[in-house]
Design a protein around this ligand. Structure first.
Ligand code: DOR
Ligand code: ZN
Ligand code: ZN
Length: 424
């Protein structure tokens, strides 16, 4: 069966062009100005066709925390957000630190049949930071990266061994950077707002020390490392300098770090609580600059769905994390492209092409011969974000009421429509 996407503005790696896209057996077999002859036609006139978003940092919570999210609900939320492929973090229960859990996640994702789900294996057993997990067996089972996300591996020698062992299997370590000996109960950024609110703060150094440590290891060992969810201006500078010196470092940030500042914590809304915390205007500007100049390679969500009972408590007791997978495209499009900071092809490189290349995944680009993972969006449609309408079980977004542009209309994975706004 052949599917034809007709008359859309197609986002290629470095240009947007009116083109038709012909799909057969899950692959893009032709891209040209006027194609005819297909079994199914999707009319994309006046609409834009983007490569499927690859969100390389999400929490799907299954196994163990299905009250917050499960693989089916998280996959549904993903495709509703134009996301065709995710990489899910191992801080589940049991922790994904062995091949059995890797296989379980892959099977559950196949049953859901929506987006592609790539498990990330834990670096250490039980994410306890003490001994290495079954890295070889997880690699063989299909883990695409390693991370103890939620925490840093504080023991530098274990981190060294992990980076060396991971490289034997061509896997990268994705580093959540948080010095647990310095965090000292901090729940927000340490600064004026934390003082005014009487909330305990976290210094930028909590994050920067671990960014520096992991970059030092990568440099000394001549091995790659990937820095998760960068939030500080100083972290951006450390990574920029390392790249300049030839260190094999890549890095990601999230929409909340280039859109929000800690001014939002002053109403004590626990949906604003996230690790690392949202920071100050200087940080926000530096994150934008880092995205622009290539210091920050990828935009991810760190989609961290939580149940109501995890968030409807006082600020100090609330869980860290934001539900982000359904809003990453419209937020990024609105705040980075519509505002003139970058072009749409440049945005899709951050959301799709670069994540694929950092983790050697398929997809990330619309091209002949490529996999037919893409989304049809309406860039002229605006709407207000309402977390209560999310497909995700996690309604915890700090962006309620924000007006955004860029509505995801259809999402295709391997050429199959898995989300259609008119039918879902
Ligand atoms: O805010 C966060 N939530 N940061 C993390 O690193 C972990 C995540 C979670 O699992 O909820
Ligand atoms: Zn993290
Ligand atoms: Zn995370």
């Amino acid at each position: 069966m052949k599917t034809l996407i007709k008359n859309g503005s197609v986002v290629f790696k470095d240009e947007v062009k009116k083109n038709d896209i012909l799909i057969e057996n899950g692959k893009i077999i032709a891209v040209a100005e006027c194609i005819s002859g297909a079994d199914e036609v999707i009319d994309a006139a006046g609409k834009t066709v983007i490569p499927g978003i690859i969100d390389m940092h999400v929490h799907l919570r299954e196994p163990g925390f299905e009250g917050k999210e499960d693989i089916a609900s998280g996959s549904m939320a993903a495709v509703a957000g134009g996301v065709t492929q995710v990489c899910c973090m191992p801080n589940t229960n049991p922790v994904c630190d062995n091949a059995v859990v890797v296989n379980y996640i892959k099977n559950r994702a196949k049953e859901a049949g929506l987006c592609k789900v790539n498990p990330i294996g834990a670096i250490t057993r039980g994410e306890q930071g003490e001994s290495l997990a079954d890295i070889g067996k997880m690699a063989k089972a299909g883990a695409v990266a390693l991370s103890d996300d939620g925490k840093s591996v504080m023991n530098s020698n274990i981190m060294r061994l992990a980076m060396e062992y991971a490289s034997d299997f061509n896997l990268k370590c994705l580093c959540h950077c948080e010095d647990t000996t310095l965090v000292d109960g901090g729940v927000v950024n340490e600064g004026y707002n934390s003082t005014v609110c009487g909330l305990k703060g976290q210094l930028r150094a909590v994050e920067d020390i671990m960014i520096s440590r992991d970059i030092c290891l990568a440099q000394s060992l001549n091995l790659p490392v990937h820095i998760c969810h960068v939030s500080t201006w100083s972290g951006v500078e450390i990574i920029r300098a390392a790249k300049k010196n030839g260190v094999q470092v890549t890095a990601e940030t999230c929409p909340h770090y280039f859109i929000l500042t800690d001014d939002i914590i002053t109403n004590f809304d626990t949906f604003t609580k996230v690790s690392p915390p949202v920071r100050e205007e200087k940080d926000r500007q530096a994150i934008i600059e880092g995205l622009k100049d290539g210091t920050l390679d990828c935009i991810v969500t760190d989609h961290a769905p939580h149940s109501r009972k995890d968030k409807e408590v006082e600020y100090n007791l609330a869980a860290f994390g934001m539900s982000g997978i359904e809003t990453s495209f419209p937020l990024s499009y609105t705040y980075l492209v519509r505002s003139g900071i970058m072009t749409l092809p440049e945005l899709m490189v951050k959301m799709s092409y670069n994540p694929a290349s950092v983790l050697a995944l398929e997809g990330g680009e619309i091209k002949v011969g490529g996999v037919a993972d893409l989304a049809v969006v309406d860039l002229n449609e605006s709407y207000e974000i309402d977390g209560n309408k999310f497909y995700s079980k996690g309604k915890n977004t700090p962006f309620n009421g924000y007006k955004v542009w860029g509505r995801v209309l259809k999402t295709l994975v391997d050429g199959k429509v898995v989300f259609d706004i008119e039918k879902n």
